[in-house]
Design a protein around this ligand. Structure first.
Ligand SMILES: Cc1cc2nc3c(=O)[nH]c(=O)nc-3n(C[C@H](O)[C@H](O)[C@H](O)COP(=O)(O)OP(=O)(O)OC[C@H]3O[C@@H](n4cnc5c(N)ncnc54)[C@H](O)[C@@H]3O)c2cc1C
Ligand code: FES
Length: 281
């Protein structure tokens, strides 16, 4: 993997909202000059620290075509609200990255399952696009969100081809399928076996999905992208360390094997805030 990283401000060249009423937007930047000059490659699963005047926050890459990079941001607290409420086309935003490891498609991958929930759809959507356009791997992608507008940024994926299938689920009745993203797992596994599963989303959802999948196909390789409060994003401050296993989400992850994560006592149970205080999921 390319470990070169760039720290620079770039102007926003395009913003997409997809009728989320300012709750979620995708911000696009042109990084072509740096891709060429510094031989940067940005792979699915990696993230950048996005910086406004209020601070910096980790955001996954949701779009990358070799020139234009996109980040899909959900409004949560200070920095994400600053981005959604105040940034326009032309506003300069600090980007540091690419950071972290990748979903790491295996050499043995012939048929993969991708699962994304909430804004966790962003990095796995990028992986789905990569699998579709850059590989011959057969891919099934399942995306779940509270309401259809929050997954609209990923709806350009084909629903069904010989090699690719995508299904969208919503908690409310606005989408194609009403229900949780795990709803059809039994049906899907009854028809095919997968070489790997790649996941990102709410941790409770990922625990339930992984446990169900291991029952349907024991020993299957499961790669999970984790979210933890980050300050530095480059492995120095320790704020994102996973209890007991001592791994840093920013530098050793954010993508981990499920078999490694289940050794951490906090996986699926709690996370820490900026002061290190524990909050249960
Ligand atoms: C590797 C990685 C990739 C991410 N990718 C995306 C993405 O693609 N799109 C996106 O919208 N968000 C993503 N996030 C989450 C995003 O970084 C947080 O939403 C953001 O840090 C919130 O910052 P804020 O200043 O808006 O909120 P703050 O004011 O810092 O916090 C608001 C509340 O959220 C809690 N919180 C903040 N960050 C986290 C966290 N990481 N885990 C648990 N609780 C937290 C705080 O404790 C507080 O209660 C990612 C996080 C990580 C670690
Ligand atoms: S955020 Fe500082 S070590 Fe991970």
């Amino acid at each position: 993997m390319n470990k070169q990283l760039i720290e620079k401000t770039y102007p926003i060249i395009k913003i997409e909202d997809h009728n989320t009423d300012n709750q979620q937007k995708t911000f696009f930047f042109n990084i072509e000059d740096d891709v060429i000059k510094n031989n940067i490659n940005v792979l699915p699963g990696q993230f950048y620290m996005l910086r406004t005047k209020l601070g910096q926050k980790p955001i996954s890459v949701s779009h990358f075509d070799g020139k234009i990079i996109g980040f899909t941001v959900l409004k949560r607290g200070n920095v994400t609200a600053d981005l959604l409420d105040n940034a326009d086309v032309g506003t300069y935003i600090g980007l540091t990255g690419p950071l972290g490891n990748t979903f790491d498609l295996s050499e043995n991958d012939e048929n993969i399952l991708i699962i994304g929930g909430g804004v966790g759809i962003a990095p796995v959507y990028n992986l789905a696009k990569y699998a579709l356009n850059k590989t011959n791997i057969k891919t099934t992608a399942l995306f779940g969100s509270r309401t259809a507008s929050l997954s609209a940024f990923a709806q350009d994926l084909p629903r069904q081809t010989d090699r690719f299938e995508s299904r969208f689920y919503t908690d409310d009745e606005t989408g194609e399928n009403h229900g949780f993203v795990t709803k059809d797992l039994e049906e899907i596994f009854s028809k095919q076996k997968f070489t790997s599963v790649y996941m990102c989303g709410p941790e409770k959802m990922m625990v339930i999905a992984a446990e169900q999948i291991r029952k349907l196909q024991p020993n299957i390789r499961i790669r999970i992208s984790m979210e933890r409060y980050m300050k530095c994003g480059i492995g120095l401050c320790g704020s994102c360390v996973l209890d007991d296993i001592g791994l840093r989400v920013c530098a050793d992850g954010p993508v981990f094997d499920y078999d490694v994560l289940i050794k951490s006592k906090e996986f699926g149970k709690y996370h820490r805030d900026s002061h290190g205080v524990i909050h249960s999921f």
